[in-house]
Design a protein around this ligand. Structure first.
Ligand SMILES: CC(C)(COP(=O)(O)OP(=O)(O)OC[C@H]1O[C@@H](n2cnc3c(N)ncnc32)[C@H](O)[C@@H]1OP(=O)(O)O)[C@@H](O)C(=O)NCCC(=O)NCCS
Length: 192
């Protein structure tokens, strides 16, 4: 997959050399406690594992001025529903980078990938993430308790979704590649 350029960022696949920065930035409790699945301490070994894209995943490193600063990723389930997530290292908060990265990925996924609907969510105490999802066009539709590995407790969370229609795209025809779980167009992604 070719890197995707946005106004200020590059979205690209992770490389092994990212592991130490990802361990430091994602292992920061200010970041990890807003994610469901980051158990602390988080060093290079789990970071290397975390950076790998599995079946149905697109996991992208957010790069600013040649440095990895966070990630945006989604996982597509059979049928076309996809769950999206994102995070930034604490020094990079407050500049609108997460929206810039996530809006590009959502748009590309709806145009080029087989995604019919996105789901996402945030812990109820994560107001910044709620604002990003709302700006992306997501609608809140309920609350549910979610285990937070970093906090080691159940945390109230708010669930959201975004359909192709609410995002301004028409229905998409299913392809055999999509049904079988391939990402047929990753190599064809373009910049926003
Ligand atoms: C959530 C996160 C990705 C936000 O990224 P960001 O690019 O720094 O976002 P911004 O600073 O541009 O903030 C987005 C919006 O939230 C608002 N905001 C930021 N912190 C806030 C707070 N504590 N309370 C209320 N609003 C807040 C900003 O003013 C901005 O609002 P606007 O769109 O109306 O201008 C980043 O804080 C992060 O990585 N947090 C830890 C990991 C995480 O939460 N990931 C998401 C899991 S659901």
């Amino acid at each position: 997959m070719k890197p995707i350029r946005t106004a200020r960022l590059v979205l690209r696949k992770f490389v092994p050399a990212d592991a130490s920065r990802i361990a430091r930035l994602l292992g920061d409790p200010r970041v990890a406690t807003m994610m469901a699945d980051i158990a602390l301490p988080f060093d290079e070994r789990p970071a290397t594992q975390w950076m790998k894209s599995g079946w149905g995943d697109l996991r992208l490193c957010i790069e600013r001025d040649g440095e990895s600063i966070g990630a945006v990723s989604y996982h597509v389930y059979i049928g076309g529903q996809a769950g999206i997530g994102y995070w930034l290292g604490h020094p990079y908060w407050g500049h609108g980078y997460a929206f810039e990265a996530a809006s590009t990925v959502v748009r590309n996924a709806l145009i080029y990938d087989r995604v019919q609907m996105f789901t996402s969510g945030h812990f109820a105490d994560n107001l910044a993430s709620g604002k990003i999802l709302t700006r992306l066009g997501f609608t809140p539709h309920g609350r549910r308790p979610l285990w937070c590995a970093a906090r080691q407790e159940v945390v109230d969370s708010i669930a959201y979704h975004l359909t192709r229609t609410t995002a301004g795209f028409g229905p998409k025809r299913r392809s055999w590649a999509g049904v079988l779980g391939f990402h047929p167009v990753f190599n064809g992604w373009t910049s926003a």
